[in-house]
Design a binder for this molecule. Structure first.
Ligand SMILES: Cc1ncc(C[n+]2csc(CCOP(=O)(O)OP(=O)(O)O)c2C)c(N)n1
Length: 261
């Protein structure tokens, strides 16, 4: 398959310079490589929430389903149960999956649903012009918190570890090759794959410099104890610590569709 065949006729309406363009490139690269390795495009399907991230539906020519806000994951799990031969993944936003649809995220991880979740974490509700989310830093100034958010963010990787995710990784939108590898690994993993993608929002929260000064690549996966230590190295609050990216944790366990078979 040629890269062009993964494109659609839709005009791209992301902001100029949006880091979603980089994520889309990484995804296309991953799909092309998977196809070379024998994974046919017909066997891939994805769902999206609502938001800037969700336009992946408009721009990526694969089997797909546009969900409701926060509801991409039940859709993905339904598709997987109906046709277990498919490899199913979801593109979701931080507002989408850490706020509106957080219960679906926790339960999909808990039951080890065989889907991959790609979180475009720009640390705000971007499409609706910048309300704070669960990963916005304290003091974040947006349209719902003009004087600065008073809440501390949480660390979604920590939440995924206690919820039972069997694949936990973090990538950076602007390290496209590295991200492409993580996306491939997440799609190939049998079980619940969680990939948090740190994504500067050029329009509402441009933290490129912050990330670029702190991000470094891990050589994981690690044991559970070591993965937990690495996951806590940066807790989304502390501006001083380095930020590890890569695969933290991976373990094989029966997936939900196998168990209910
Ligand atoms: C139930 C519901 N509430 C609110 C909205 C309005 N809404 C549409 S997009 C959006 C923001 C999406 O933010 P996020 O999930 O972080 O994705 P991003 O746009 O940042 O990629 C909101 C609040 C909606 N569509 N449905």
């Amino acid at each position: 398959m040629k890269k062009k065949q993964l494109e659609t006729y839709c005009e791209k309406t992301w902001c100029p310079g949006c880091t979603n363009f980089a994520i889309l490139e990484a995804v296309k690269g991953a799909v092309l490589e998977l196809e070379k390795e024998g994974v046919k495009r017909e066997t891939l399907a994805f769902t999206v929430g609502i938001g800037c991230h969700a336009k992946m539906f408009d721009y990526l020519n694969l089997n797909s389903f546009y969900g409701l806000h926060g509801r991409a994951l039940p859709l993905a799990q339904g598709i997987k149960l109906a046709n277990p031969k498919l490899r199913v993944f979801s593109f979701v936003g931080d507002g989408d999956v850490y706020d509106e649809g957080i219960s679906h995220l926790i339960h999909a991880a808990k039951r080890n649903a065989d889907i991959a979740v790609f979180v475009h974490d720009n640390r705000n509700f971007a499409l609706t012009v910048s309300q704070f989310t669960a990963t916005s830093p304290k003091g974040f100034k947006g349209s719902s918190t003009p004087r600065g958010s008073v809440e501390e963010p949480f660390n979604p990787l920590e939440l995924m570890m206690v919820s039972g995710a069997t694949f936990i990784a973090r990538g950076y939108a602007l390290r496209v090759e590295h991200l492409k590898d993580l996306i491939k690994k997440a799609i190939l993993h049998k079980g619940f794959s969680f990939l948090e993608i740190l994504q500067p929002c050029i329009t509402f929260f441009d933290n490129r410099q912050f990330y670029q000064e702190r991000i470094y690549e891990l050589k994981g996966p690690f044991s559970k104890a070591k993965a937990e230590e690495k996951i806590r190295e940066w807790d989304y609050r502390n501006g001083k610590n380095k930020i590890p990216i890569g695969l933290f944790y991976k373990v094989e366990k029966p997936s939900f569709d196998e168990l209910v078979g």
